[in-house]
Design a protein around this ligand. Structure first.
Ligand SMILES: Nc1ncnc2c1ncn2[C@@H]1O[C@H](COP(=O)(O)OP(=O)(O)OP(=O)(O)O)[C@@H](O)[C@H]1O
Length: 255
């Protein structure tokens, strides 16, 4: 199957089943949102996809190929990029340098060839810069190109993290709570950005999100989980009106 498949995956931390026999699939070209109360296992699912954790059972496939043998740093070579719940950038580097670091998977040269700056390396360097500039323009970040990330407002840093993931030209982008810490105006802007990522760049989006307004606006498909297990899936409104989902939110902290 094309797209991302999570097939009967489990992972425990000591006695706690963080993900428990979970299966779902993500259609290419869609925006797929995972919701669930705090501690439901959402970020653990992302960490399993990105090979930060190894599942104790089950398989994760992307375009039919198992990711189980991939190392975490190789996941990007499969066309999977992500952002984090807590922004993870090189704070003391400029926005542009952070984006150029995000191009690493496209580098074809070994350390020795770095000593000799050949014509093809120059062409590659130019291609990296062009891609970085294209994404800067796409996300309206032109004014911040040379600013140090640590000096940027929170919302812009969040966008920078998205940009850093996008310059790797992923097929699928995992967004961990893209609206967290944003103002409602910035969250509205994020909805447009996500739609453009899908429509203009043709990138599939899988997102973890608590803000139901954003979920309703952009999601083609929503999956609700609780205690690491499947609760419901369907359209945003179907999932939100599901009695099991409502009970899970009432049982825990509301999202
Ligand atoms: N590295 C870890 N070691 C031990 N327990 C962990 C670890 N990571 C997550 N957990 C536990 O696994 C469960 C699922 O955590 P996870 O972070 O995936 O939930 P979540 O749905 O992303 O929550 P939130 O919405 O609060 O971010 C929680 O009970 C959490 O405390």
């Amino acid at each position: 199957m094309n797209g991302l498949e999570i097939d009967n995956v489990s992972l425990s931390f000591g006695g706690l089943k963080a993900v428990d026999g979970l299966s779902f699939s993500v259609e290419p070209g869609s925006v797929f949102t995972i919701i669930g109360p705090n501690g439901a296992g959402k970020s653990t699912v992302f960490n399993l996809i990105c090979r930060i954790y190894d599942p104790s059972q089950g398989d994760i496939r992307f375009n039919g190929k198992s990711l189980r043998k991939a190392k975490s740093h190789e996941v990007i070579n499969h066309g999977i990029a992500r952002t984090f719940q807590n922004i993870e950038l090189f704070e003391h580097a400029s926005l542009l340098d952070n984006l150029l670091i995000g191009r690493i998977r496209h580098g074809k040269f070994g350390p020795l060839s770095e000593l000799f700056f050949t014509r093809s390396q120059m062409r590659q360097e130019l291609a990296h810069r062009r891609k970085a500039e294209e994404i800067i323009e796409f996300l309206d970040l032109e004014g911040y190109r040379h600013a140090r990330v640590a000096d940027l407002p929170y919302g812009v840093r969040k966008k920078t993290e998205m940009a850093r993931a996008l310059v790797s030209e992923p097929k699928i982008l995992l967004l961990d709570e893209p609206s967290s810490g944003l103002t409602s105006e910035e969250t509205d802007d994020t909805a447009f950005v996500i739609e453009d990522i899908r429509e203009v760049l043709g990138v599939t989006v899988v997102m973890i999100e608590h803000d139901m307004k954003l979920v309703n606006k952009v999601s083609d498909m929503v999956l609700a989980i609780n205690e690491g297990r499947f609760l419901a899936s369907g359209s945003a409104s179907e999932v939100q009106s599901d009695p099991d989902v409502q009970a899970a939110y009432l049982g825990g902290q509301a999202a």
